[in-house]
Write a protein that binds this ligand. Structure first.
Ligand SMILES: Cc1cc2nc3c(=O)[nH]c(=O)nc-3n(C[C@H](O)[C@H](O)[C@H](O)COP(=O)(O)OP(=O)(O)OC[C@H]3O[C@@H](n4cnc5c(N)ncnc54)[C@H](O)[C@@H]3O)c2cc1C
Ligand code: FES
Length: 482
């Protein structure tokens, strides 16, 4: 079902021309500008493929191209990520059955025919970190190429309908969706920035003093992006937790639910159980109510709520129970989620027999944290460390965001999980540093880096920042025990 009314967002304005797509032969309405997964969800279709060995149903999980649980066949071609591929009039979509071969009649593109694009700085990822890196590298004098695999720039910001905290110059009081619009407009207007959406970076290589990012555009074109410096701002991936049937369609990451309802105006469910009472889980509960979805409860394994008190108080006032010291035991349903079974935990984190509760829901939202997306940095050979305070494996880097490979910089959630304001500040530092490395900027820009470093320190001076600062200390080049 599509949402037509929303207190903040105007979906009617955002939707493109009405077109027809065909799902397993059945005609469906879709709108230009929406992805296959969103159009199918709007038509009530949750099962997108079946696993190879056990033929288990699979559906969306991340909705941003990172988990491959949404693969479908499009016009006969398998392995298409339906969550980031746009619909086209007359498109034929089928559920994928395990591993499927590319039809013999299809001739895959060859690397020798790849399109070549040159810049001084190549930026991977167009979220707040990547956009700020692009805008600032270009201001500092570099020719910038920015690529993003989603059809829309803005990263996670495009689905955040609430207002930001912090200082005025850091967009305090402005909604995330609006911040994304402002940054995208600045990048689009800058003649020194070339933008490529629907373009997935799949590898980073080096040839003498030039760097190469190889990528696939619109699932069919091979592109080589050449530059002197690279900024990796690939964001994060939502974490999964182990419980019985955790692969049933209808178990979604919190971000996927925000993508459905806030980006594409598709009602994600009728009744939801949220797992995780951090800020993401609490904000999600509120946004679900705004979209007319019933939130049955939020469960949290810790003894107290992890998110801000003001968010928790608002959610409770709206009648949503928050059950601390509870976990999910299993999901149940035929082909898709129909109910969730939860239980209370004892002081040893073991479920207490007899405390089971059943929630009749059609979606279970996992808001249990994120981990940095470092795959490309890992492949490029950057040194990696496991830093608990930064939520997983991260790359070692210095105060100017340069990794252990000269000329490769990192910013935002890919450098360690924080939030959008720090991602923007880190992006600015990485962008200017990359412009300096490329030789297209001058040292007067060092002052701007120092100023931004100070702003970052100030922003992290609160109680949540203390934890992150400890992690950053461990990850800094020269400051870790090897
Ligand atoms: C559900 C959810 C709710 C949140 N709520 C808040 C909030 O209320 N307030 C707040 O401050 N922060 C919030 N955050 C955190 C905040 O959104 C992130 O910290 C911030 O967006 C990080 O910015 P980024 O640019 O590093 O990454 P992202 O915004 O994730 O952007 C990364 C970009 O990289 C692209 N990309 C990734 N891999 C590739 C590749 N191989 N090739 C090409 N492109 C690629 C992606 O498509 C994406 O556009 C939330 C995060 C989530 C997931
Ligand atoms: S890749 Fe599409 S849902 Fe994760």
């Amino acid at each position: 079902m599509r949402l037509n009314e929303h207190p903040i967002l105007n979906f009617q304005k955002r939707r493109g021309k009405k077109i027809k797509i065909y799902f397993e032969g059945q005609p469906l309405d879709a709108y230009e500008g929406e992805t296959i997964a969103m159009a199918l969800h709007a038509a009530g279709i949750r099962v997108l493929s079946y696993s190879g060995e056990k033929h288990r149903p699979r559906g969306l999980f991340c909705a941003i191209g990172k988990c491959s649980s949404c693969l479908v066949k499009v016009n006969g071609i398998p392995n298409v990520r339906s969550c980031i591929t746009l619909v086209e009039d007359g498109m034929r979509i089928e559920r994928q059955q395990g591993k499927e071969e590319i039809p013999k009649t299809v001739k895959p593109p060859q690397w020798k025919d790849a399109i070549k694009v040159e810049g001084d700085v190549v930026i991977i990822g167009g979220g707040p970190a990547g956009l700020m890196a692009a805008i600032n590298a270009a201001k500092a004098g570099a020719k910038v190429v920015l690529i993003d695999e989603n059809p829309m720039l803005g990263g996670q910001l495009v689905k955040q309908t609430h207002k930001f905290f912090g200082k005025r110059e850091q967009f305090a009081g402005v909604r995330g969706v609006k911040i994304a619009e402002i940054l995208i407009e600045q990048a689009e207007k800058n003649e020194n920035i070339e933008l490529y959406t629907e373009t997935s970076a799949i590898g980073i290589f080096q040839e003498n003093d030039r760097k190469l990012v190889v990528a696939i555009r619109k699932n069919k074109e091979l592109v080589e992006f050449w530059g002197k410096a690279i900024v990796v701002a690939t964001g994060a991936m939502e974490k999964m937790i182990p419980f019985e049937n955790n692969d049933l369609p209808g178990i979604y990451g919190a971000g996927a639910i925000q993508t459905l309802m806030n980006t594409y105006g598709v009602k994600p469910a009728d009744r939801v159980l949220i797992v995780g009472a951090g800020n993401v889980g609490l904000i999600l509960a509120y946004q679900l109510l705004q979209a007319g979805v019933e939130v049955k409860a939020i469960i949290e394994a810790m003894p107290k709520v992890g998110g801000y008190f003001v968010h928790a108080a608002k959610v409770r006032r709206l009648g949503i129970p928050i059950l601390t010291r509870h976990t999910i035991l299993r999901a149940e349903g035929k082909e898709k989620v129909e109910r969730a079974i939860v239980a209370q935990l004892d002081e040893n984190w073991k479920p207490i027999p007899g405390t089971e509760k059943v929630f009749d829901v059609d979606v279970i939202a996992l808001a249990v944290g994120l981990r940095p997306s470092i795959e490309l940095l890992h492949q490029a050979g950057c040194q990696i460390a496991y830093i608990r305070e930064l939520s997983g494996h991260v790359v070692r880097r210095d105060a100017r965001m340069e990794t252990t490979i000269k000329g490769i910089f990192v910013a935002g959630d890919a450098a360690g999980i924080e939030e959008a304001t720090t991602a923007m500040l880190e992006g600015k530092i990485a962008g200017i540093s990359a412009a300096l490395y490329s030789g297209k900027s001058n040292i007067s820009w060092l002052k701007e880096i120092e100023k931004t470093q100070k702003e970052l320190t100030e922003f992290r001076s609160g109680p949540f920042g203390k934890h992150v600062l400890e992690g950053i200390k461990k990850v800094m080049v020269g400051e870790i025990n090897e």
